[in-house]
Design a protein around this ligand. Structure first.
Ligand code: GLY
Length: 360
């Protein structure tokens, strides 16, 4: 049973990757735990709530629902959740269990970060994307109209329970979109993971349990290592943003309605790969391999109607853009990336154009 330690200045905790991991929940409950609030979405609860109920039994808990979807990852919902927790008697000894996809783990984690100036959270992610990325590493928060994830806090969980059994009910599109974060981890830090995903696509699509667990465990291992080295993204953690700068621009430009986050990241990795190739940083062979895998796990929805200039303008609004310097994470070979803030605008424009042309 893989267990990974995430060691941050805020706290050291375990990410458990195991079929049936939800049943491990009692191991991670604080000894003196007050009211427990399960923050979730109705659909997730209907499918998997019984597992969580069984794991918590006989401990009482309150279930708080909010509507999923990237467009709902907003401050207004945080306030509603916090008011509900206060009305139900929440105090400093309370615990949040964020049980759902990336929207729930981000927003549920943020409510925990601010309620009574901070109470603990246990993350139980139920989508592939949340399991291998959003729920591990303590980033919590939500979107402003101006852009994605523009409010938030670092709030490390007590534990992350990653149970691949819940993935069986994921819609095919969401399942595939989650794999782009695994491909990302392969490109930034683990060539063997990238090659596994390249060679085992059929087994991945068929949800072969052994392959799936191997991929998820390897992805969580990489994420845990990077976060342990740099909790606050002052250096190494930036590499996890590979594909995200371009991808967030695409998501924001389409008002978070056309692309799932993983699909945005796929398009963003495509643009970053073209950019690295144009700057002679990446070989033709590695460029072809990366684009080949992105195609093999696609397609993503069409980018029809989008144009280069507004996307380029959006890059400046990304929260990783500091004093108008955009930080690009660029691959130099499969398994290694560099962060550069000195990239010529024309090269960026060319990369966006190529990525748009390939995804019409
Ligand atoms: N999703 C990028 C990070 O956690 O830093």
């Amino acid at each position: 049973m893989p267990r990974f330690s995430v060691a941050t200045p805020q706290r050291t905790y375990t990410a458990v990757v195991e079929r049936g991991a939800i049943a491990r929940l009692p191991e991670f409950l604080p000894a003196k735990c007050g009211r427990i609030f399960v923050v979730t979405e109705r659909g997730v609860w209907d499918l998997h709530g019984a597992r969580l109920r069984a794991a918590l039994s006989p401990t009482p808990f309150e279930t708080l629902f909010f509507a999923g979807g990237e467009e709902n990852k907003r401050l207004a919902h945080v306030e509603t959740l916090a008011e509900q927790m206060a009305e139900l008697g929440g105090d400093r000894s309370s615990l949040v269990i964020a049980f759902g996809g990336g929207i729930v783990t981000d927003l549920g984690g943020f409510v925990a970060a601010i309620f009574m100036r901070g109470i603990p959270v246990i993350q139980i992610p139920t989508t592939l994307l949340a399991q291998v990325d959003a729920a591990v590493g303590g980033k919590t928060g939500g979107n402003l109209v101006a852009g994605k994830n523009l409010f938030g806090a670092f709030h490390q969980p007590l534990a992350v329970l990653i149970d691949s059994e819940v993935l069986a009910t994921l819609p095919v599109r969401e399942y595939r979109a989650g794999h782009y974060e695994n491909i990302k981890h392969g490109i930034i830090a683990a060539a063997p993971l990238f090659r596994l995903m390249e060679q085992q696509r059929e087994a991945v699509f068929a949800q072969d349990p052994a392959i799936l667990e191997q991929i998820v465990a390897e992805s969580v291992r990489i994420k845990a290592e990077v976060v342990s080295a740099d909790e606050r993204e002052s250096g190494l953690r930036r590499i996890l943003n590979f594909g995200h700068t371009f991808g967030h621009a695409l998501e924001a430009e389409t008002k978070y309605t056309r692309f799932l986050h993983g699909e945005g990241v796929s398009w963003g990795m495509r643009a970053a790969t073209h950019l690295a190739r144009a700057l002679n940083m990446l070989s033709d062979a590695d460029t072809e391999s990366i684009l080949g895998v992105l195609n093999a796990y696609g397609p993503i929805p069409s980018v029809a109607g989008l144009s280069t200039q507004p996307l380029q303008a959006r890059l400046l609004k990304d929260k990783k853009t500091v004093q108008s310097r955009i930080h690009f994470v660029l691959p130099v070979k499969i398994g290694e990336v560099v962060v550069r803030a000195d990239i010529d605008e024309n090269a960026v424009c060319g990369a966006i154009e190529r990525a748009l042309a390939e995804c019409q």
